[in-house]
Design a protein around this ligand. Structure first.
Ligand SMILES: Nc1ncnc2c1ncn2[C@@H]1O[C@H](COP(=O)(O)OP(=O)(O)OP(=O)(O)O)[C@@H](O)[C@H]1O
Ligand SMILES: [Mg+2]
Length: 145
């Protein structure tokens, strides 16, 4: 995968970028989504699920912590914003989701740094430029730290 930087002018642009991105994701990927509240992380994942022909409802995992979707592949969408306790994540069985059959999206990955440490990940950064403008950058990291 080649690193990229893209500009989104509105919600639909971000969804479209998610759809495009879905065509490039290797199965088994762990994708870390960084960016402030409301920067478009969940919107992007909604696009990815559209790209994988998922036609059910896609919601934010803010309160559920983990959402699972049976799309073209099994997509796992995790939000660590409200749970910073690593032991709780381990007890929930987070590690079991790290398999070659899933594609994992993790919002607020910095809360579970110890679990991601030294794994190969794809990182997406979302920056709020203006009310409806976002800058989205993708890069691959061989060993997360
Ligand atoms: N260009 C844009 N891309 C994405 N969302 C946008 C854009 N412009 C405005 N928005 C609005 O910003 C919000 C993005 O919400 P979203 O849930 O995707 O953010 P998030 O990064 O997942 O936040 P959180 O950390 O709270 O989960 C939505 O209300 C959306 O309508
Ligand atoms: Mg979100």
């Amino acid at each position: 995968m080649n690193d990229w930087i893209k500009h989104s002018k509105n919600y639909l642009d971000t969804e479209k970028l998610g759809i495009e991105f879905s065509k490039t994701i290797p199965i088994g990927s762990i994708i870390a989504l960084n960016g402030n509240l409301g920067s478009g992380k969940t919107t992007f994942v909604k696009g990815v699920l559209k790209g994988f022909n998922y036609d059910g409802e896609v919601t934010s995992p803010t309160y559920t912590l983990i959402n699972e979707y049976e799309a073209k592949y099994r997509i796992i969408h995790i939000d660590c914003f409200r749970e910073k306790n690593i032991d709780r994540w381990l007890n929930i069985g987070l590690i079991d989701y790290f398999t070659n059959e899933n594609i994992l999206f993790i919002e607020w990955p910095n809360h579970i740094k110890n679990i991601l440490f030294s794994r190969k990940i794809i990182e997406l950064n979302f920056e709020i430029k203006d009310l409806n403008e976002r800058l989205i950058c993708m890069r691959e990291i061989e060993s997360y730290e």
